[in-house]
Write a protein that binds this ligand. Structure first.
Ligand code: GLY
Length: 353
């Protein structure tokens, strides 16, 4: 996979100009959704580098991460004369960067693209690392490709208009990066005062967090090994997300990951000796800021089946990423059904259900 440049912007205009100059192109396109067209593109409207850009706007939210929306993007690219040498800028959250990245990866066998993530989740996770795709047949990110953006431009000023739920959704991925990296990053994340919200300090934390992801992706771009560290919290988290969706009570991805981290830290403690005090401190932070996802023991089997059918698992064998310590990662760990049910008991008890 080619190298991806990730920039924590001091000045978005000059970073964008440089990124565009680095991608010689004949035509320029900019993709937004209904929200970012209104909230974010308006902030960039006066930029001379975008004056000839063709705007493409798609519906916001995960329900629009579909083949139909993808086809509508291909359609505009085709009608407006995009060639192999055209450039697409994706301005939005993870849905826009995933779908726009996939549109770029597939149009005329691949055109260059730049991501400008506008949510915390997209800044620290979705827009970095080259995973692109759409949902299909009721399954999340079922169709996609590894195709890195030429540049990812992170402008944390966009976070000032992010609502609290979306802030915490992204922050869960940052917590994950803290847990898989080192104790000092983990501790600074737990200590961050989310009520006072010092945006200058948040920018520093975002920079650390993205660096953790970049370092891992660089070692294993196609997820054959160590990139699976980024799946911490996701084995159970995806099952919570699927159950929530099936029961018509959808939850934001990062919330499901946070609750998944609670479960997988318990397994880490049980099977790999992860220290109890660090497990408790992390769980307390999650309980205080994310509340709990309620379920009872009658739903354990359903959660178990969701885990068995997750695309990250093969032939019904459920794979976990566990920790021996903060930053000490064990990938491809398995356990028996009874232990998984015991993990659900632990979750419900410690989350006060
Ligand atoms: N979101 C996890 C990864 O990019 O591998």
């Amino acid at each position: 996979m080619s190298k991806q440049e990730v920039i924590l912007c001091e000045d978005l205009e000059s970073s964008l100009k440089r990124a565009i100059d680095n991608c010689p192109h004949d035509r320029l396109f900019i993709l937004t959704d209904d929200h970012t067209h209104h909230l974010c593109l308006s902030q960039l409207a006066g930029l001379s580098v975008l004056k000839d850009a063709v705007e493409i706007t798609i519906g916001a939210e995960d329900v629009h991460k579909t083949l139909e929306t993808l086809a509508s993007v291909w359609q505009v690219l085709s009608e407006k004369g995009a060639t192999r040498h055209s450039l697409l800028i994706n301005l939005g959250g993870g849905m826009v960067t995933d779908l726009g990245g996939f549109a770029a990866a597939t149009f005329k066998r691949g055109i260059a693209y730049i991501n400008i993530p506008t949510t915390l989740l997209a800044m620290v996770d979705a827009s970095v690392g080259g995973k692109t795709g759409i949902n299909f047949n009721g399954l999340k990110n079922e169709i996609g490709a590894f195709a890195p953006a030429a540049s990812v431009l992170i402008e944390t000023e966009f976070l000032r208009t992010l609502d609290a739920h979306n802030f915490f959704s992204g922050y869960a991925e940052m917590l994950k990066h803290g847990l898989i990296s080192n104790t000092s990053h983990w501790a600074e994340l737990l200590a961050f005062d989310t009520e006072k919200m010092d945006y200058g300090y948040l920018k520093k934390l975002v920079g650390h967090s993205v660096q953790v992801k970049e370092d891992i992706v660089k070692q294993d771009p196609f997820e054959h090994g160590i990139r699976k560290a980024l799946n911490l919290g996701h084995t159970v988290g995806h099952a919570f997300e699927s159950l929530a969706l099936a029961e018509n009570r959808p939850v934001l991805h990062g919330y499901a990951v946070a609750w998944g981290i609670v479960c997988e830290l318990y397994l880490s403690h049980l099977k790999a000796g992860f220290p109890k005090d660090k497990m408790r401190q992390t769980i307390l932070f999650i309980k205080d800021n994310y509340g709990a996802f309620p379920f009872d023991c009658k739903q354990y089997d359903r959660l178990y089946k969701f885990m068995q059918h997750d695309k990250k698992n093969n032939a019904g064998v459920i794979n976990f990423t566990l920790l021996k310590e903060i930053g000490d990662i064990s990938i491809n760990q398995t356990t028996d059904k009874d232990t998984i049910f015991e993990m659900f008991d632990f979750y419900r008890e410690c989350m006060g259900m």
